[in-house]
Ligand binder design. Structure first.
Ligand SMILES: Nc1ncnc2c1ncn2[C@@H]1O[C@H](COP(=O)(O)OP(=O)(O)OP(=O)(O)O)[C@@H](O)[C@H]1O
Ligand SMILES: [Mg+2]
Length: 253
């Protein structure tokens, strides 16, 4: 009823205009994406979904379901065999060469094993993405301090990763992913090595990101934890998107 000639194809696909609701800006969209590794079977089959700005979404599913593969397609360490991955409505197929590094500025990545440099201090580890992109030293120091304070690591900036607890190490990994102020944070089993209390802390941290402008996509097989968070859940089963559960439809318990 509010259709105007200015409606672009992407908005029309979202289908929200007919309801009079202005569609939220799409951060990430998978259109019929399949991925086959060389010599392997289908790791992802015909997967389609969209994530809006400000959403926090979990991906869950059995081991080998394709969770890590899906995240790799987002930060361009793998490419789809078929279909399209769109980031901020831009087809990642066209993002090649030097533009891959530019894309990765927009996507913060957190790994299960955090991959910190053991001979560099906390502050140096967190500064790394900014050093690589040539940010001024004064600006780096300011931003590193701010993100470390935010993650309650302000008093640990000179420590080496080996001198930190597992939860602190993971928070440093998250600080490094956030220091560049990405529009999307992807995390692959970020609490895989942490006890339940620390896992909940890390998840609460992620849940606070959307209101600061960072959408969040987390792969986790910890169903109890995922349920407690009451966020949208994408369920993968043998590479297929088996379910897309909205928070309001998550059963209690
Ligand atoms: N580099 C690779 N080369 C070949 N096959 C791969 C590669 N990476 C993953 N696969 C296969 O693709 C499928 C999906 O793997 P993926 O790592 O995405 O699953 P996952 O859901 O993350 O599992 P887990 O919970 O164990 O981490 C599996 O069958 C796996 O063996
Ligand atoms: Mg995995």
């Amino acid at each position: 009823m509010v259709a105007t000639p200015a409606v672009d194809a992407a908005s029309a696909v979202e289908g929200a205009w007919g309801s009079g609701i202005i569609p939220a800006m799409g951060v990430l969209r998978f259109d019929n994406v399949s991925k086959q590794y060389p010599g392997g079977h289908a790791a992802l089959s015909d997967v389609s979904f969209a994530i809006d700005a400000g959403e926090m979404v979990f991906i869950t599913g059995h081991s080998g379901a394709g969770k890590s593969t899906l995240l790799r397609l987002v930060h361009l360490s793998e490419r789809p065999s078929r279909g399209a991955v769109l980031f901020a409505e831009r087809n990642l197929l066209k993002v090649r060469g030097r533009r891959v590094a530019l894309h990765r500025r927009e996507v913060g990545v957190v790994f299960q094993d955090h991959r910190l440099l053991s001979d560099r201090s906390v502050a140096e580890n967190v500064a790394l993405p900014l050093i690589l992109r040539g940010v001024r030293r004064g600006e780096i120091a300011k931003r590193v301090r701010a993100v470390l304070e935010r993650l309650s690591l302000g008093d640990r900036e000179r420590a080496l990763p080996g001198q930190l607890s597992a939860g602190e190490q993971q928070r440093v990994g998250i600080a490094r992913a956030l220091v560049g102020e990405p529009s999307l944070l992807v995390a692959d089993e970020p609490t895989g090595n942490l006890d339940p209390t620390l896992s909940s802390e890390i998840m609460a941290l992620f849940a606070a990101l959307p209101e600061r402008g960072t959408s969040v996509l987390v792969a986790s097989h910890d169903l109890a934890l995922v349920k407690r968070m009451r966020k949208r859940v994408l369920v993968l089963d043998q590479g297929r998107l088996a379910d897309d559960i909205r928070p309001e439809d998550l059963a209690d318990g």
